[in-house]
Design a protein around this ligand. Structure first.
Ligand code: COA
Length: 261
């Protein structure tokens, strides 16, 4: 995959590691980086040799320290709207990807950085991570999903405290409120993300994709409709070769060899 501006991408054993790479600007998201992430995730979605993606930041200090403040200062309302829609579309591509995406938060995840992490399916934070939506300190409103995904993840009360104060939280606090799934020492962060990805990759890939769809779309529906949606995903999974292999392997007391069919 790639190359992409301001991104490092490596892929091995079905796992792609995407590193946002503007360390001199703490990996802030300028337009070129947003475009690169969009292309990179479009390619990862289509590439059959990629089954899961880890997103992290380069340098020891930051995951992503937000949208690039130099680029966004001085926007008119129309420019701001276009920028917000552009960033939201890229993050929506990540959120709706049918392959698991794990954020390995190695430092500051602020503003657009936290919004990027929240669009990922699972988050692991280094003990050094600081997570926040500091936009109100700049006099602007989060525009890449922060006002919507944060309350959905941590509840309205914690979200409003983080949004209205703009103050970042520690990894421990993020874990306590459900903003991250795990905490790891900085030197073990990528290892923890790889190990989580490999636990997922042992499972039937079609069932993983159908479950991501079931949760992502179902989460936005009323329960009765979401349950119908779940049944349609379940029914589809019943018709795969993978379910034959998975159930046969259980009965034969061996590990399944899923082929994603
Ligand atoms: N956009 C553009 N540049 C940024 C940036 C951002 N979001 N975040 C950091 N940078 C740049 C700084 O301007 C600085 O560049 P310079 O060396 O050319 O002056 C460089 O990255 C290092 O940042 P610095 O502020 O010197 O590091 P620090 O350790 O003192 O502070 C932060 C780290 C994360 C607390 C601080 O950089 C910060 O508050 N960043 C902005 C976070 C934010 O408001 N994000 C939401 C934006 S909508």
């Amino acid at each position: 995959m790639g190359p992409y501006a301001n991104l490092l991408c490596e892929a091995d054993d079905c796992l792609a590691v995407v590193t946002v790479n503007r360390p001199a600007k703490l990996n802030a998201l300028n337009r070129a980086t947003i475009d690169a992430l969009d292309s990179c995730f479009r390619d990862a979605a289509q590439n059959p040799s990629v089954q899961a993606v880890i997103v992290t930041g380069s340098g020891g200090k930051s995951f992503v320290a937000g949208a690039d403040i130099e680029e966004v200062s001085g926007f008119t309302a129309l420019e701001g709207r276009e920028w917000g829609l552009h960033g939201q579309a890229m993050l929506r591509r990540i959120e709706t990807m049918e392959k698991p995406v794990i954020a390995a938060i190695n430092g500051y995840a602020l503003g657009g950085g936290l919004e990027l992490a929240m669009a990922c399916h699972i988050r692991i934070a280094s003990t050094r991570a600081r997570l926040g939506q500091p936009e109100l300190k700049l006099g602007i409103v989060p525009g890449f999903g922060g006002t919507q995904r944060l309350p959905r993840l941590v509840g309205k009360g914690h979200a409003l405290e983080m949004l209205l104060t703009g103050d970042p939280v520690s990894a421990e606090k993020a874990m306590a409120i459900g903003l991250v799934n795990q905490i790891a020492e900085p030197e073990h962060l990528l290892g923890a993300a790889r190990s989580l990805a490999s636990r997922i990759l042992r499972n039937g890939p079609l069932a993983v994709a159908l479950t991501l769809q079931a949760v992502n779309r179902g989460f936005e529906m009323p329960l009765a409709e979401a349950l119908e949606w779940e049944v349609s995903q379940y029914a589809l999974s019943c018709a795969t070769e993978d379910v034959r292999e998975g159930t046969r392997a259980f009965l034969e007391k061996r590990k399944p060899r899923f082929r994603g069919r």
